[in-house]
Design a protein around this ligand. Structure first.
Ligand code: FAD
Length: 491
């Protein structure tokens, strides 16, 4: 496709998609009008990664390190996605089911090591299950990695710069540019207006499958059987906590941790019960998951719960952000009044975006199922192995939690085919929205596997560019060889 054809295609598609959301009341323009209106082609790249979260950053670095021109666009003002903008912490386990061996390595490990060196993470080898760093949770949480969001932003900036990734922040995907079913680039909304990016291969790392869905790839939303998505949570961090007092209080009550009708009663549930009696608690969760952070007085709080949020809708997200902040205020009041060591705690920050556990699942060449995970299946084209438990919130009711650990083996695999969407060419998906059932996604959506998927997608994109082929035709054994060369662990 020459430059003129590309501009026409981008104009047509951009206008089809933006007539209501971006152009307000303007009537749709024709393709040539659109090109003339100046959806200018600002960039020309070989690999375009859309979304700068854990998956996207690793995809971009991995592709660029293979020597292909790589661009990464992100709608926010920093890289790191949920880990930085959403303040989600810690990185969930990167070890096998026995807690003996670190199995998510490669770029994930490099990010961790660089953060540790700057005082922005505690190495997972030092973090054991049942400790304050895992919210005292004993299942599936061995060897988590406490992280500092600010250091992570810095490390990701540095790693992208060193790899030669062209990063564009404050750039939101508007629409794919397509020629029939083949991806040719993207139209993005930047601070300069609409701009087109020409690309050979796109990696969708938006977490919500935004690019894939708009390009016409088949997708499911949430769990089609229940019609539900997992609830959203606005994470927040507190500091100025007297951690000795808080830890002593929880540790004196560890024997009361329990589950009632699918609802977890874990840390601080004894205080929540009192707050409920006093009419000072109205959220669905009946305990507070507090994860100790890198600094002694800082804790990440996973407690707010907002059901039925549709991440495809700004209306729905607006409701969720506002309700999340209301809940944060209520929980802060609760900390001050009820929780030992937290009388003077301060709200360090809440996420600049509400945390979305689930939205679209893009259908790919392979749909990862929960049996694959629980039975420890490692497919021939596995691009990572992981051991994360199936963690499904809100399936049975707005407040249920199901947590199922791997039954057989020390890990399971994630096949390359789960990153390759059906029906659309020159596209890969990595991160939360890969091809998996709703339940299986509840396991592999955590950050270490998302980073490993990103690394695999980036290398696969580079192989496709260098070989002049579609990602669908990438030889998985070549991909696995390159992953191993780049320090991934594949079982
Ligand atoms: C409440 C909650 C608790 C969690 N707890 C943990 C935990 O303890 N440990 C753990 O490891 N994981 C946890 N997770 C899971 C994990 O944080 C996410 O699933 C993971 O970050 C997904 O990575 P990702 O790169 O696919 O997506 P994201 O982290 O969501 O990143 C996607 C990026 O794409 C950008 N983007 C989206 N759409 C566009 C667009 N149209 N244009 C441009 N940019 C776009 C976003 O701004 C974002 O930066 C939790 C998640 C939630 C919500």
């Amino acid at each position: 496709m020459n430059r003129r054809d590309f501009l026409t295609a981008s104009g047509l598609l951009a206008i089809a998609g933006v007539s209501s959301s971006v152009l307000g009341g303007c009537s749709p323009l024709s393709g040539s009008d659109a090109a003339a209106k100046g959806v200018k082609q600002s960039y020309d790249t070989q690999v375009l990664v859309v979304g700068g979260g854990p998956a996207g950053v690793c995809a971009a670095i991995a592709a660029a390190r293979q020597g292909v021109r790589t661009m990464l666009i992100e709608q926010g003002g920093a890289l790191g996605g949920m880990a930085t903008l959403g303040l989600v912490a810690p990185f969930m386990t990167c070890y096998d089911t026995k807690g003996e061996q670190m199995i998510i390595r490669g770029l994930f490990e490099e990010v961790v090591d660089r953060m540790v060196a700057l005082g922005g993470a505690i190495h997972p080898s030092k973090v054991r299950l049942g400790s304050p760093y895992t919210a005292w949770i004993t299942t599936g949480h061995d060897h988590c990695t406490p992280i500092d969001a600010e250091i992570m932003k810095l490390v990701l900036d540095q790693m992208c710069a060193e790899a030669g990734v062209k990063v564009l922040l404050h750039a939101t995907l508007v629409n794919p540019v397509m020629r029939k079913n083949r991806v040719k680039g993207a139209v993005v909304l930047t601070r300069s207006g609409l701009e087109a990016i020409k690309a050979d291969i796109v990696v969708d790392c938006t977490g919500d499958g935004d690019f894939a869905a708009r390009a016409g790839a088949p997708c499911e939303f949430g769990n089609p059987e229940t019609g539900r998505v997992q609830p959203a949570t606005l994470f927040f961090h507190i500091n100025n906590v007297d951690s000795r007092k808080l830890e002593a209080d929880v540790e004196s009550k560890l024997h009361t941790f329990r589950k009632v009708n699918g609802v977890s009663h874990r840390a601080l549930h004894w205080h929540v019960e009192k707050a409920i009696e006093n009419g000072e608690w109205d959220i669905a969760r009946k305990s507070v998951n507090v994860y100790k952070g890198v600094r002694d007085d800082e804790w990440a709080v996973n407690c707010t719960r907002i059901a039925r949020v549709d991440a495809r809708s700004s209306e729905s997200l607006t409701m969720a952000e506002i309700e999340g902040r209301r809940q944060v205020k209520m929980i802060m009041d609760f900390f001050h009044k009820y929780v030992p060591g937290c009388k003077n705690a301060t709200l360090k920050a809440s996420g600049s975006t509400v945390g979305i556990r689930e939205s679209r699942h893009v259908k790919g060449e392979y749909v990862l199922g929960v049996d694959d995970l629980l039975n420890g299946v490692v497919q021939d084209d596995a691009i990572l192995v992981a051991s994360n438990s199936v963690d499904v919130h809100g399936r049975l009711s707005d407040n249920s939690t199901e947590y199922i650990t791997v039954k057989n083996g020390r890990w399971y695999g994630l096949p390359y085919r789960s990153l390759v969407p059906l029906e659309v060419d020159n596209l890969l998906v990595a991160g939360r929205s890969i091809s998996a059932t709703s339940d299986a996604a509840g396991a592999v959506r955590v950050m270490p596997p998302c980073m490993a998927m990103g690394q695999a997608a980036g290398i696969a994109a580079a192989i496709a560019v260098n070989g002049g082929t579609a990602p669908r035709n990438v030889d998985a054994s070549e991909l696995r060889k390159l992953l191993l060369k780049n320090k991934a662990f594949l079982g």
